[in-house]
Design a protein around this ligand. Structure first.
Ligand SMILES: C[S@@+](CC[C@H](N)C(=O)[O-])C[C@H]1O[C@@H](n2cnc3c(N)ncnc32)[C@H](O)[C@@H]1O
Length: 396
């Protein structure tokens, strides 16, 4: 069977596919046997299966894309890999604000990220190796130029013809049979190609996962971790200022969405002081921790432990980059002490936050035998004086 005759969502792109999609979307449960037999009798097994699977995917995609999901052609991988729309829109807006008018997307998948470039008013040239996926991208990217082929082979011609208002975007596939990989040899398009783009004459954005190992960050490139509603969703490698020396120190940044709120740091920034807790504890956003921008949250903050990302201050801190808690009481972190404390304070609902301690909050809550009308929050943290339990109140 040739690649293009394999069953798949690309079969749905013609008129018969549209009729099958119409029938599948009218099904209350597209995964049911009865829906399958109804559609098979009208459209044959392949088209029926493709339409029902696509309908099921679109319903799942509503959680990420809202009503727009009904207009997008998905694959299972494509839905999983797609950026959250607000993140893709932020990325596109950042490129547009840097003067970019056209984006070449090398390895566009179903085109979920590229849709945001179009929506931001830029023109798009999208390259995709897999013909079926490229067919979906073409349907998802009205007005874009979609090329089927190997990015590494098409790049020289596309880059040579590109003017200074063109930027390059790459979101390399990192999936192997064992799951997602950080072995650069598993990246597609290949990592040396990505590095060449980052060293080239055009602005570049490379989308990677939030677990990006620091040794992969090339010199002179900004590594930007993005958090969306508190979840760290991606790390991007950005080179917007192509005049900037490649020998310059690496920058890191944390961007919090919605916002955007942006905090910058040097990748090799100095360490914060380490002391016993003051009157307030700060729990930094995960993107700030990964960008090693803890020292930018508050100039007077210090760490409780050199390796643990809890900060402390003597004053309340209002910042989008960290949650602030007032310390009401400090206890030793032993279970006997905690059990006595919840009993004496008649605590029935207990929020437990912890970092770098081998504690399962749900199991600990059960062992503490909570009972009573009161609620409390505990932060369990390693400190210079050993593990401590801080009874805290969130500062609004
Ligand atoms: C992680 S996905 C991209 C997802 C995309 N950003 C989106 O929003 O849908 C990576 C894509 O790159 C494609 N790809 C891998 N190697 C390629 C190559 N050498 N040339 C072109 N495309 C390639 C894969 O087929 C895959 O669809």
């Amino acid at each position: 069977m040739s690649a293009d005759s394999r069953p798949g969502p690309h079969l749905l792109l013609g008129d018969e596919g549209a009729a099958a999609m119409c029938a599948a979307s009218a099904e209350a449960d597209p995964d049911s046997l009865s829906a399958a037999s109804r559609l098979r009798s009208r459209f044959g097994p392949e088209l029926a299966a493709a339409a029902l699977a696509q309908t099921s995917l679109r319903r799942r995609a509503q959680a990420k894309f809202g009503a727009e999901a009904a207009q997008i052609w998905f694959t299972t991988d494509g839905l999983e890999q797609a950026s959250r729309p607000e993140v893709a829109a932020w990325r596109a807006a950042r490129l547009a604000a840097a003067g970019v008018r056209r984006v070449i997307d090398f390895g566009c998948g179903i085109g979920a990220d590229a849709r945001a470039f179009l929506a931001a008013g830029m023109t798009v040239t999208a390259v995709e190796l897999d013909p079926q996926t490229a067919a979906l991208a073409a349907a998802n990217l009205p007005g874009a130029e979609v090329l089927v082929g190997d990015a590494t082979q098409l790049a020289p011609g596309l880059l040579a013809a590109a003017d200074a208002t063109t930027a390059v975007f790459v979101d390399p596939a990192r999936r192997t049979d064992r799951g997602r990989s950080w072995r650069v040899a598993d990246f597609n398009p290949a990592w040396p190609f990505v590095l060449e783009l980052l060293a080239g004459r055009l602005p570049v954005c490379v989308k990677l996962g939030p677990g990006l190992p620091r040794e992969l960050i090339p010199a002179g490139v900004e590594a930007c971790w993005v958090s969306h509603h508190g979840d760290v969703v991606e790390a991007g490698l950005w080179r917007l200022d192509v005049q900037q020396s490649r020998a310059s120190r690496g920058m890191s940044a944390a961007v919090l969405l919605p916002g955007p709120h942006r905090l910058e740091a040097q990748l090799d920034a100095g360490r914060l002081p380490v002391r016993a807790a003051g009157g307030y504890l700060l729990e930094p956003n995960g993107a700030v921790i990964r960008a090693r921008a803890l020292n930018r949250i508050d100039p007077q903050a210090w760490l409780l432990d050199p390796e643990v990302a809890y900060l402390s201050t003597d004053h309340p801190v209002a910042s989008p980059f960290a949650s602030c808690f007032e310390v009401l009481q400090t206890l030793d972190a032993g279970e006997k002490t905690l059990r006595a404390w919840v009993r004496d304070n008649r605590v029935g609902v207990l929020e437990i936050k912890k970092r770098a301690l081998d504690v399962d909050p749900a199991a600990l809550r059960r062992r503490l035998k909570l009972s009573g009308p009161n609620q409390a929050t505990l932060i369990l943290a390693r400190t210079v004086a050993g593990a401590r339990a801080f009874v805290v109140r969130r500062v609004p």
